[in-house]
Design a protein around this ligand. Structure first.
Ligand SMILES: [Fe+2]
Ligand SMILES: [Fe+2]
Length: 153
């Protein structure tokens, strides 16, 4: 992964597309647990998908910290406060993610496994929704174009 600075609009586009991919994985995981009883999907497959998802989320949060944080920091006067808030939220999310993935690993029945997957999906969907409302929007992440005299009045 390159550490070249990205334009704020590019950061926004990439983060949004990663969010859609994560939601897609969550839907697949949720569909997977509904088939636990019918023999088409095994508990091991669901568990492996959950570990893979945790790895992808770690990469995603690292991407946000490397690229979205600098863009937010410079967006307006509230930048540093928003950045502190984002880091605090990521710390909570990492802790909660570890807790839920541990629960998934240790689940000994289909019902336990299903319940943990549902909790994980709910948490991540809510986090994504809040993050997009608070940070990943055009108001905060837009490119700064030099004003043109014609429109400058
Ligand atoms: Fe995030
Ligand atoms: Fe995110």
């Amino acid at each position: 992964m390159s550490d070249e600075p990205l334009m704020p609009s590019e950061v926004r586009r990439k983060v949004l597309s990663q969010h859609r991919e994560i939601e897609q994985m969550l839907s697949e995981l949720e569909t997977g647990v509904t088939h636990l009883g019918d023999g088409t999907v095994g508990a091991d497959q669901v568990k492996r998908a959950a570990y893979a998802l945790r790895g992808i989320l770690e990469l995603h949060m690292n991407f946000e910290e490397a690229h979205m944080v600098p863009a937010i920091n410079e967006a307006d006067g509230f930048g540093p406060e928003r950045v502190r808030h984002l880091h605090a939220e990521h710390a909570d999310q990492r802790q909660e993610l570890d807790r839920l993935v541990d629960q998934i690993r240790e689940a000994s029945s289909s019902d336990d496994l299903k319940a943990s997957v549902v909790k994980l999906a709910q948490m991540l969907r809510k986090d994504i929704e809040e993050e997009e409302r608070e940070y990943v929007n055009e108001k905060l992440l837009h490119d700064h174009i030099m004003p043109n005299d014609t429109f400058g009045g």
